[in-house]
Design a protein around this ligand. Sequence first.
Ligand code: MLC
Ligand code: AMP
Length: 505
Amino acid sequence: MSNKNLFAALHSSFVSNADRIAFELTQDASQVSYAQLGELTQRMAQTLLDLEVQSEQRVLVQVGKSVPAVALYLACLQVGAVYVPINTAYTAGEVEYFLGDAEPALFVCDPREEDAFTELASCNVRSLGMDGAGSFGMAASQAVLSKRSAKVATKKSADIAAILYTSGTTGRSKGAMLSHGNLLSNATTLLDYWGWKDSDVLLHALPIFHVHGLFVALHCALLSGTPMLFMPAFDAAEVLPLLSRATVMMGVPTFYSRLLSLPEFDRGSCTNMRLFISGSAPLTEQTFNEFEDRTGQRILERYGMSETLMNTSNPLSGQRVAGTVGFALPGVSARVVNDSGQELMAGDVGVIEVKGPNVFQGYWRMPEKTAEEFRKDGFFITGDLGSMDLEGRVTIVGREKDLVISGGYNVYPKEVERLLDELPSIAESAVIGVPHADFGEAVVAVVVPTGAPVSDADLREALADSLARYKQPKAVFNLEELPRNAMGKVQKAQLRKVHAKLFTG
Ligand code: MLC
Ligand code: AMP
């Protein structure tokens, strides 16, 4: 049986594309070839082995976006460790949870945090700077490579390659376990479905701790030897002059609405572009239409999740319909069901369920939770609400799960409410998402204070150490009591209605 380690496929691409450029860093135009990426990865793999990281052990990583960070991911694959990336915006308080839950053998953090985390963590702690500095980076640069250096660990398709944490409705983050087979099959499907070409150049401006930037974008490029224009973070003004050198860009809807806000962005800005892909949050019909009017390009919208990678996509050739997420990808089955799991007629709205080689292996150390989210016939219950037309085209209309998606980041109200309710100044709270022109949705808190009204500044201060900034409410409202229905359930729909125009005028 051949080795199903995803790294085996990536490595053979690095060998066949050795002389091609893998990354051009947009900060300084420096370039890294596929051969250099392969060597850096080999050094990092050796460093992991020198630190005695074993196959299947977790490596928790919270580092800035950089080529060394990509190489660290690849090195984890190579030695068979399980890569666990977390958002760089998480506070030390949030990181502590992941350290406890993932029980990593090694935590790699930003060099500025290394001393503090060495005190806090019970595992090995090392650091990696965006320039390759830090204790892990230094060790990798000094690693002695020899014939006995790290090999490619042998893996089966179902073996876990990565755990991606995704918050739960209980407010506790769940680790979605993705296998080598999940990652490789989804990437090869996308390469084919999106017609990846030898001449493609990918503009990579997404963060690399989520499915979108880490797996969808990087895997497509790395497996096909595509050069990437690699940006540390999205900035519309910086993207604009780079577009003429790229052929493919992937982004969350905020990327596209921000590009449209630049008056100089037009057809001439993207003469070589063949594909703008959007996902992670709903792309409004308004953005889709304005984008087409301005550039002549119809954005290709697709739909995915941390648990499932990519499920559906609008077609490369054929009609891309605004407001829809297209068809189930080849090998993926999608259906829309009612509460009792019965499949609905075309056009009827229900919960979207999916099955296929893309669907994850379960939640880390949560067998009951895993069992709850799967049907007996193996379909995964996404919690997204939508419909499917007679041709199989899927439209997402909402979410059954209480979740806010802000600028492509998920915020689970429960997690924020739990922290607010612990504050002495707050008796109870309800956290909602309201429309926002830039982020799509924004987090808003409605609170019942115990005494004096709570201000935005009070909340900011109270949550500074415990909650990432993007999850913090962008506005707070004080009420004497929360609206509840006869069953005592907070009527969030009513609150959302009241504050619907808060950020959209
Ligand atoms: C930043 N801020 C946000 C935010 N991003 N607030 C709400 N929602 C967000 N998404 C806040 C910061 O906390 C800060 O607040 C202020 O905005 C400026 O920070 P910044 O870092 O300068 O922000 P900016 O560069 O403008 O970032 C916006 C963004 C970024 C849209 C470029 O959020 C982004 O790259 N999003 C992509 C997310 C993504 O990759 N999702 C994929 C998930 S995978 P303050 O108050 O301190 O000033 C998935 C599956 C799938 O969903 O299908 O793909
Ligand atoms: P995450 O847990 O970060 O992977 O987010 C997954 C969720 O993002 C999905 O369950 C959807 O709710 C949402 N999502 C992803 N892509 C789209 C899309 N194209 N349109 C609407 N929602 C999307």
